[in-house]
Ligand binder design. Sequence first.
Ligand code: ASP
Length: 314
Amino acid sequence: MQSAAQRIVILGTGGTIAGASTATTDNVGYKAGSLSVESLVRALPALAELALETEQLAQLDSKDMDHATWARLAHRVQAHLARPEVAAVVVTHGTDTLEESAYFLQRVLAPAKPVVMTAAMRPATAIQADGPQNLMDAVALAREPGARGVLVAVAGQVWSGLELRKVHSYRLQAFAAGPDMGPLGVMEEGRLRRFRAWPEGTALGLDLLPQDEAWPWVEVLASRAGAEARALEAWRQAGLDGLVLACTGNGTVSQALEPALEALRAQGVPVWRTTRCAQGAIVGAPEEAGAALSPWAARVELMLTLLAQRRRRP
Ligand code: ASP
């Protein structure tokens, strides 16, 4: 018999894990976010004995994830975690922006209970769908004694929400951790074998998130061969709030962008550097906030930094 404190809430947001295709052999021509989270759970008889509840928070292809949905997700996760009978929350999500949502949730909530995100690379209708095992692993990880923070369980590997990077467009094992970090652990027959510490950090808190105001406008721009400043100039004139540079190599930027970057900085718009390399940090810049983050995580971090500044303003 389950004790009340072992209840797990599974929040559905859509993604390929809830995707459906008309052909079982089709792993790419499907519609993400077609099946309810309740039906995904019901399809797994092994979960029937557990004290689970499901909630359909959204039904999106995660390429369309937006800030308003993030805010709703963070509030719902927090509300469920605050219930004494709830041990953990599992979130089903698309793989495309999973790293952004995971980073966002960890920075805003830094939960003391586990929040396990999971996803799939193949739709639920595929002959060898990966979603069912991933969901099983996510629930098992959520029940792991001592687990905490935002974790991601996909393809038998467990990642820290602060480090996740999608590195493959098709393979089932589509994730890695940056910069140069491995998985936090692996799932083996429903048990975690852990290599490293749980995600750390202080929660920025839900109060930071905009209610009626707009979210800060932060873009990512890559420096590249033949770089041009035209897009940057247009963004500056349109009121860009912050810029993340996906720099070449160890944080270098084409000189063609420099005058436009100077104009941005002169207006007080923060410009953060990251590397566009798939791995590694900007070496020699430990004081720079984005130096060890992917451009996508840095964009979230800069947005949260700007929100914190907004809150401090009288
Ligand atoms: N486009 C899908 C999504 O991110 C891809 C996936 O889930 O694998 O929702």
